[in-house]
Design a protein around this ligand. Structure first.
Ligand SMILES: [Zn+2]
Length: 87
C-alpha cells in the first residue's frame, strides 16, 4: 500500500511536469509565430493608397476593413482619413 502511494505521487509529479512543459512549448511556438509574422511585415512593402509612397507594412496604417485581400494601407493618419473619405 505504501508503494502504491509513492507510485501515485510520482505519477502525479510526472503528469504535472509534462503538462507544464506542453504549456511552455505552446507559448514558445506562439511567440515564434508572432516574431515570424513581424519579420514578414518588415520585409513586405506596401503603397499608401492615397499618395502612393512605399513603406514597410509594419510602419503602414491599415484602413479599418475586415477583408485582408483588399486591405488598404496608408503612410499617415491624415492620409488614412482622406482615404476613408474617398471611399
Ligand atoms: Zn500617403
Amino acid at each position: 500500500m505504501k508503494y502504491l502511494v509513492v507510485l501515485l505521487v510520482v505519477f502525479v509529479g510526472v503528469w504535472l511536469w509534462r503538462s507544464n512543459r506542453i504549456a511552455i512549448n505552446k507559448v514558445k511556438q506562439e511567440n515564434a509565430e508572432r516574431e515570424a509574422e513581424r519579420q514578414n511585415a518588415k520585409k513586405t512593402m506596401v503603397a499608401c493608397a492615397y499618395c502612393g509612397v512605399h513603406l514597410p507594412q509594419i510602419e503602414a496604417l491599415a484602413a479599418p476593413r475586415a477583408d485582408l485581400r483588399s486591405q488598404l494601407w496608408f503612410c499617415s493618419t491624415e492620409h488614412r482619413q482622406f482615404g476613408a473619405k474617398q471611399g
